[in-house]
Write a protein that binds this ligand. Structure first.
Ligand SMILES: [Zn+2]
Length: 447
């Protein structure tokens, strides 16, 4: 008997290196993201899988300028990043007095913010951001609440900006925030300029049709985009590399059920790829139900054929911890727990929302399970510190082999599908709260 093909950490690490180092920053909608899409698609094709690209529009940005200069006392320039898509300043910037507001909770916000450059520990997020906009501060300096982390590269969601407004916002490191407090910084100038525009991102989809149950579809996905101009090595060249290598394994072995390998675009810009994917399925589902001859219960739309989503996001840390988050029937988290106890490695398993591409699918009733490797690199996510230097082939091999076994046992060769297609009500509630309060986008009402 020929030997079974197994997950190979060195092959996965080569994919990771190509995406993170040779291609580099892969911001949603950028030429580098497209270059990565082409490389991933070429890999899938080389395995004999049929592929397609699923394009969708994104609001993105290009070259940017961010400056924070302390004028009084004259401390000079402080390194900063723009909170991208927040709000541009005029070319000469804005100048004003600084108000230190503490932790940026709703209780710290008031009329004294009006017209000031407000420095906030830990940034201004969620409801606090919306409330603060009512007091029209001149600008925001967001001080990292992580002691040793450089400023992060994140984006304002254009939908939130359209709804509640935004002001220019820059992010600085904690140590620089301390410096401003110690020196009694009173007056500053901020320049924040980004080149915003519309662009196209894309999902890359590869299909291995099921040999026995072709209409039972399991998605195995990871996002391949990154924040602006950083390697995004663990987040998520690592997860994409696992998806690519798992595709090789199962393309060689075959599967009873359909395995759909998806590299999601533009996750960092607000889960755009997975949201687009599920919206397309929902629209097709609605059209199919309205078509003559459709018999509910007998006929199953493509959306209904989706049985599970395996989401792989943040991988490769040499020093780290394996985590899994499940949204679905109890058996799903239990299966990961039992398999980890049986064969290792140690996994921390939770039933909870993970802020990544599995969640939009679970909102549509598809159980999802995420595989993550957190570590010191976690605090570097979305910063230039998310480097390949902290990663290695071995952790990819360990989780890759685990997911391979999970898929082989419960999907590719299971006699009947072990997980009911169901997301319990209390989890649905958490998912709705996630979209309403954390992302603050009602993706599902827009159209
Ligand atoms: Zn990620």
């Amino acid at each position: 008997m020929p030997e079974l093909t197994h997950f190979d950490g060195a092959r996965a690490f080569a994919h990771l290196r190509h995406l993170a180092v040779e291609i580099g920053g892969r911001l949603g909608g950028s030429p580098q993201e497209k270059q990565a899409a082409a490389a991933i698609e070429a890999h899938f094709r080389s395995l004999g899988l049929s592929t397609r690209r699923q394009p969708f529009p994104v609001r993105t940005y290009g070259a940017v300028e961010a400056q924070l200069e302390i004028l009084d006392p004259p401390l000079g320039r402080i390194p900063c990043e723009m909170f991208y898509l927040s709000q541009d300043t005029p070319p000469e910037g804005v100048t004003g007095d600084i108000h230190f507001a503490g932790s940026g909770g709703v209780e710290s916000i008031g009329p004294e913010w009006r017209g000031k450059i407000v420095a906030v520990l830990g940034g201004l997020r969620g409801e606090a951001h919306d409330l603060a906009m009512r007091f029209a501060p001149l600008a925001i300096i967001s001080i990292s609440d992580q002691l040793a982390t450089p400023p992060i590269r994140v984006e304002q969601l254009p939908e939130v900006r359209a709804k509640v407004g935004a002001v220019p916002e820059v992010l600085i490191a904690h140590s620089d925030g301390l410096h401003l407090v110690r020196e009694g910084a009173r007056r500053a100038r901020i320049v924040a300029r980004s080149q915003e525009g519309e662009a196209t991102s894309q999902n890359v989809v590869a299909e291995l049709p099921g040999a026995v149950y072709p209409d039972e579809i399991v998605v195995i996905g990871g996002h391949y985009d990154s924040s602006l101009a950083i390697q995004g090595a663990s987040d998520n060249a690592g997860g994409t590399a696992l998806v690519m290598e798992l595709a090789r394994v199962f393309a060689a072995r075959g599967s009873a059920r359909t395995l759909r390998f998806v590299a999601w675009g533009a996750e960092e810009l607000g889960l755009r790829g997975s949201v687009h994917y599920i919206k397309a399925l929902k629209a097709a589902d609605k059209a199919a139900r309205e078509a003559p001859g459709f018999v509910p219960g007998r006929d199953h739309t493509e959306l209904e054929q989706h049985r599970l989503c395996v989401n792989i996001d943040v991988q490769g840390a040499l020093l780290g911890q394996n985590r899994s988050l499940a949204l679905g029937p109890r058996e799903l988290a239990a299966a990961v727990t039992l398999l980890a106890k049986e064969r290792g490695p140690a996994f921390e398993v939770k039933e909870d929302v993970y802020s990544s591409d599995g969640t939009p699918l679970s909102e549509a009733g598809i159980p999802s399970v995420s595989f993550v490797r957190s570590g010191a690199t976690t605090s570097y996510l979305h910063t230039p510190g998310d480097l390949i230097d902290y990663l290695g082939p071995e952790p990819l091999a360990v989780q890759g082999a685990f997911i391979e076994t999970f898929l082989e046992r419960y999907v590719a060769s299971a006699r009947s599908f072990p997980f009911e297609r169901q997301v319990p009500e209390e989890m649905q509630k958490k998912i709705r709260e996630y979209f309403e309060k954390r992302l603050r986008i009602d993706y599902y009402e827009e159209d």
